[in-house]
Design a protein around this ligand. Structure first.
Ligand code: ZN
Length: 555
């Protein structure tokens, strides 16, 4: 060991605690956790160095050596200045007595002989043995090579991001081991400070992040690591498992059966949440009957599962026209079989998904049209939620190119005003949708021949109130109800004695087809009644959807 000073902010009253935990087979970082050391830099120094310092610290206590008055400044003092203060943090550093760490290597062998047998055992192989508490997560699994592995996995996914937040998933049985260790040293912790509780022990997850976040960021040049999920849109999830000790939790199911209710979509009832809940409930004596204290030594350390990357959703909005009378808005599947080869949403989504390299999407729009109805005019507002996009920042010019790519890909649809919007803004699309006006043009057939003058009176009708029972054609998916709707105005253009165009401005949600053919009297009044002849609708176009969102983009 070098002769530099210790940087571990430990105090005299930590000694019994350190000694007991080392003897129990805890790694140096777990010892620091149970000493409630909140100094991040203390965890970042090599585990070996910390172990040697702790051993020296304890052996010093064993030998009743007098304290060194002042410890030298921590060698990496600069990295400690910004760290959050914990119960045993930086401010105590200046009075730290463990300059002893520096002397350890100079201790005569005779001094070591006096050590407690178990402590010397821990010294002998503490470095190579897997920690009984963290199962290796704060040992070899927190090393630089692991940070490189995680960074490589992130790089391979080829995401676009400038900050990330690390999330860690640990095997549930770690909580059992933590609880066992806590019971093992509870007395010593309380002696150190009465107000300290299990919650003051630094969590394995936290310590892991303190060590690893900066290492990963260094590997991913230019990326900053943030600690709160809401500060970053990109999350890197690291999962550890330890099959060897999975059964550690099992006794809890018989001890606290009400904490473990089987759920359909969980593989195991032993979720972290359930285990934590059971450990809060179980009395110490009952726990100790079923589980050793301290925890038994594992054969191997945790294994490192896949790295999961997740980028928050990006929202894209625009307006679409539909020029085809055989194109559904969404994939049309009946009994597992596709009825139409494409759909509006698929035609729009495909180029957008590939531009943003997203895993999936959710499509929504301001109302919808039937498969045989065209949408003309300015088009219908729509929004797409892009799931786990690997790219998230397209410039205006790139969005314009994307729009052109969509428009070139099919003549059945056309998109305009394509833009990235916020999740909140998409809500405006649905706001007041029911009150909005929609404009339609219907091609109407009349059984009796009509003249221009026979239909001209329709142009004079304003704010016609109609009652519509749920149409027969949608009754299989909508509840039966009578809805009142307003036909604000109509205008006619005669084509021949049996055909005319009827333009309508109506309240959103009006069933136009039913208004024209009457739906066996389920819509009243209807065009048949008004014209006193049978009428039917041959074609329908949506001329405009009066929703003022998303904002128009000047060409
Ligand atoms: Zn540990």
């Amino acid at each position: 060991m070098t002769s530099r000073g210790s940087m571990l902010p430990l105090k005299d009253k930590d000694k019994p605690l350190v000694q007991k935990l080392l003897a129990a087979g805890c790694c140096a970082r777990c010892v620091l956790r149970f000493c409630c050391v909140g100094l991040h830099a203390a965890y970042r120094q090599p585990c070996q160095d910390s172990l040697k310092e702790l051993q020296a610290f304890v052996s010093d206590a064993e030998n009743g050596k007098s304290e060194q008055a002042a410890a030298p400044e921590p060698a990496e003092g600069n990295s400690t200045s910004h760290d959050a203060a914990g119960p045993n943090s930086t401010e105590e550093n200046s009075t730290s007595q463990d300059a002893a760490g520096a002397e350890a290597s100079e201790d005569p062998p005779s001094k070591r002989m006096k050590l407690e047998q178990s402590v010397s055992e821990a010294q002998a192989d503490g470095a190579s043995r897997v920690c009984v508490c963290c199962l290796g997560i704060l040992q070899q699994l927190s090393e630089h090579t692991q940070a490189v592995k995680i960074a490589e996995a992130v790089k391979a996914e080829n995401y676009e991001f400038d900050s990330l937040v690390l999330s860690v998933s640990l095997p549930a049985q770690l909580c059992v081991r933590e609880h066992s260790c806590w019971l093992h040293v509870k007395k010593e912790v309380r002696e150190k400070c009465m107000t300290l509780d299990k919650d003051d022990v630094i969590q394995v997850k936290e310590a892991f992040k303190w060590i690893m976040q900066s290492l990963i960021a260094k590997e991913l040049r230019g990326v900053s690591v943030v600690t709160k999920v809401r500060e970053s849109v990109f999350e890197v999830g690291v999962e550890f498992t330890h099959p060897e000790t999975d059964a550690d939790c099992h006794f809890l199911a018989t001890a606290c059966p009400d904490c473990f209710k089987p759920t359909k979509n969980k593989l195991s009832v032993f979720t972290r949440m359930a285990v934590v809940k059971a450990l809060e409930k179980i009395p110490a004596d009952k726990f100790l009957k079923h589980y050793p204290c301290p925890p038994p030594r594992p054969a191997g350390s945790c294994s490192f599962q896949d790295v999961q990357c997740l980028h928050v959703a990006v929202f894209v909005a625009g307006r679409y026209n539909k020029f085809c009378r055989s194109l559904p808005q969404t994939p049309w599947v009946i009994d597992g079989e596709r009825r139409m080869e494409s759909s509006v949403e698929e035609l729009i989504a495909a180029p957008i998904l590939s531009a943003f390299r997203a895993d999936g999407f959710n499509f929504s729009s301001s109302g919808r049209e039937d498969v045989d109805v065209r949408t003309l005019g300015n088009g219908r507002p729509f929004a797409m939620e892009l799931l786990n996009p690997h790219r998230s920042r397209l410039s205006r010019a790139e969005m314009k190119q994307l729009q052109e790519a969509i428009n070139k890909s099919s003549d059945k649809i056309r998109v305009r005003d394509l833009q990235i919007v916020t999740r909140e803004a998409t809500g405006r699309m649905k706001e007041g949708e029911e009150e909005k006006t929609k404009s339609y043009t219907a091609l109407v057939w009349t059984q009796k021949p009509v003249q221009k003058d026979d239909i001209a009176f329709l142009d004079e009708i304003k704010e016609l109130s109609i009652d519509q029972k749920t149409p027969l054609r949608v009754l299989h998916r909508r509840a039966l109800a009578v809805r009142q709707r307003l036909v604000h105005s109509m205008s006619t253009r005669l084509l021949d004695p049996h055909h005319f165009y009827l333009s309508l401005k109506t309240q959103a949600g009006t069933y136009i087809k039913e208004f024209v053919h009457g739906d066996f009297g389920r819509t009243k009044p209807n065009l048949c009644e008004l014209l006193k002849t049978d009428t039917d609708i041959l074609e329908l176009d949506v001329e405009s959807v009066d929703v003022d969102w998303p904002p128009a983009i000047p060409e």
